[in-house]
Design a binder for this molecule. Structure first.
Ligand code: NDP
Length: 328
């Protein structure tokens, strides 16, 4: 049973030295547990955030199997809820086989490609859907800005906002990603935050101001967006990737809460699980958009279990376009 351990919690940037590949024991499922074989490991910005301490889940500790979600296949089951051959999503960690309580596994439909269970029909798609529509609440004709726009969540947020008839601006690192957003995904404009003058470029791209900002990054980009928000605008706080890896920048967004008061903004954090009771309806709508060709699914599949640490380090550095995962 190949396992990748987090051998040390990084104090600065995450590097390959923080991980070790070992040959571990084959887990034996206890009562109520299933033995699963991982097929695709999800790489998430949150993997890095979990190393800082407890969040909506417990912190990842040193010298344990690195935590992470995956699509896995049930091999043996000591629970009536699952049978061998079932496909599930759950936190199996970075290992070939895991014994997991059945109640912590979500049974997934069999579909081709299976990778869609991690991208559009997984956490990424649902986070984009609920965060934009239930938290950001865009109206037709409004201007929506999304950061980490070429990533897994961001690329779906922008496309849903287009479906809803909004003027959509993506913020991403580099010209190539920006060109892809406008040429392939139908964004109205894209701002390259690595180009330096983010605020100026954003103001030029959004001459009528911003009504909804879907924030994946926090930090300076949040500050720039705050200054451009229209009265009664909504900020959906999804994550803060600019603060996950390494030492966070010394300055945070200025204008808080002043701008929020004056502009009557609503700034709301959310976790995708908050909306779990509406999952089926959301999946049905996402599927209808994919089938109609209105929503493109972009995946970035890395081959080989041993490449998982490199894949996470690369995600934090912006290597990925769309949903990154590792084929085990
Ligand atoms: P992505 O696929 O979006 O990849 C992360 C992207 O972030 C990179 O591709 C990179 O693109 C960009 N990035 C990295 N560093 C910075 C920086 N300093 N400033 C701006 N952009 C940066 O990853 P995820 O889909 O895993 O995560 C996206 C966001 O969604 C995260 O904030 C995550 O925490 C959040 N999330 C929240 C959930 C919730 O329930 N609230 C659920 C799932 C995800 P670039 O080249 O453009 O820099």
């Amino acid at each position: 049973n190949r396992q990748i351990l987090l051998v040390e919690k990084p104090t600065g940037k995450l590097g390959p030295e923080h991980f070790k590949l070992v040959d571990g024991a084959m887990p034996a499922p206890k009562d109520g547990e299933a033995l699963v074989r991982t097929r695709y490991i999800s790489l998430d910005a949150a993997n890095r955030a979990w190393m800082h301490g407890a969040t909506y889940r417990a912190a990842v500790e040193a010298n344990t199997v690195m935590a992470g979600g995956s699509i896995a296949e049930v091999v043996a089951s000591n629970s009536p809820a699952l049978v061998p051959g079932d496909i599930v999503f759950g936190d199996t960690g970075w290992q070939d086989y895991a014994a997991v309580p059945a109640k912590h596994l979500t049974k997934m439909p069999r579909m081709e490609p299976m990778t869609h269970l991690l991208s559009i029909y997984g956490v990424a798609g649902l986070t984009a859907y609920f965060g934009l529509l239930h938290v950001g609440k865009p109206k037709e004709g409004e201007t929506v800005v999304v950061s980490a726009a070429a990533g897994s969540v961001g690329s779906i947020v922008g496309q849903i906002a287009k479906i809803k008839g909004c003027n959509v601006i993506g913020i991403a690192g580099g010209k190539d990603k920006c060109n892809w957003l406008t040429a392939e995904l139908g964004f109205d404009a894209a701002v390259d935050y690595k180009d330096g003058a983010t605020f100026k470029a954003l103001r030029a791209a959004a001459p009528n101001g911003i009504d909804v900002y879907f924030d994946n990054v926090g930090g300076d980009i949040l500050e720039a967006c705050l200054a451009l928000m229209n009265n009664r605008g909504r900020i959906a706080c999804c994550g803060a990737i600019s603060q996950y890896d390494g030492v966070p920048s010394a300055h945070g967004p200025r204008g808080v809460p002043g701008l929020i008061v004056v502009k009557r903004l609503i700034m709301q954090g959310f976790i995708v699980m908050d909306f779990i009771d509406q999952r089926d309806a959301a999946l049905a709508e996402l599927q209808s958009w994919v089938t109609a060709g209105k929503l493109k699914v972009q995946e970035d599949v890395i081959d080989g279990f041993e490449n998982t640490p490199k894949a996470l380090i690369g995600l934090l550095a912006g290597e990925n376009r769309g949903k990154r995962m590792v084929k085990v």
